[in-house]
Design a protein around this ligand. Sequence first.
Ligand code: OSB
Ligand code: MG
Length: 373
Amino acid sequence: MKIDAIYLRELHIPLVQPFETSFGVTTDRRVLLVELKSEGLTAWGECVAGEHPYFSEETIDTAWLVMTQELAPVLAAAEPEHAGKIPGLFKQVRGHRMAKAALENAVWDLEAQVRGVSLSALLGGSRETIPCGVSIGIQPTLERQLAEIEKELAAGYQRIKLKCKPGWDTKVFEAVRNRWPQILLSCDANSAYRLKDADLIREWDAFNLLMIEQPLWSDDFYFHSLLQKQLTTSICLDESIRNRRDALAAIEMESCRIINIKNGRVGGFSEAIAVHNAAQERGIPVWCGGMLESGIGRAHNIALSSLPNFSLPGDVSASKRYWKEDIIEPEVTVSSEGEIVVPTEVGRGFAVREDLVERLTVRKEEVRALALV
Ligand code: OSB
Ligand code: MG
């Protein structure tokens, strides 16, 4: 596949409602897109780095820098036969997985078009529909929290995940369980607790949570393994899992019983598939995490979620939960059974609204092959 041009674009898009986690509040997204041109085709990738280095070390700005200076010139000069070769091209650059993922995933997006298959089929997906959950941000009041859950359950979502932090945890879970004893319920601490909080976390076993996501340090396996031994509830790791080796270590050490796979966090589809396979071979279920993506990242998450071991509802939900107007057509919709239909059309199955992308673009840069610089 010949790469004719690579453009980076930054778009500014407000969220329909602020999203609060233990590390901060997001009200507007700075969305970084990769637009790849190849022999008359246009492919897209999305960089899921945040506006601040709170969830991970990367930000939209570090990703822009590393893509323009290091990664994109290498990609522009290559003629990859297969998107699975891209991690090898980027091997010399340490870290910067979200930047790498945006470029690699654009090549997968291109390859599906070139081969005339759906992105899901190209990745090895087998599901026709994917089960969906929602991640609900920390709310200003308990009343608002309950109202948000009620709304999402009415919309059909199969699993409710509550963001939590010290001071916004036990009393919230208790109120939710009193009102809805049977729903699939989980929580995500985004590393807000320490091992000394084990007594508090153990109280949550009473609430029959499907999982507790990343309670401790963002780079830890060992202390999570100590905590997991003290809990009946499963721990799910998100931040800690950067690649297949991390998944193997976490499984071996019994640091978790469930893994959240995020395309960007692990560096792209190739590594996401490797994590998926490693977990599947060891009987560990996975689900697809979300990073408040625009339609492009969302479409890619849907394709990834069609792999067989994505057996738990993911955080991939409808466009309208995030955006007044998404940049894809059709927008992502969720059925009243809480499912998204995996597209079978060639490519990602959602057209990019290029006029809208152009209007929302606040920064654009073309990257040329190294030899041409
Ligand atoms: O930990 O899963 C997380 C959003 C930003 C950063 C980290 C996380 C999240 C979410 C949002 O939970 C999931 C979504 O896209 O709806
Ligand atoms: Mg998480």
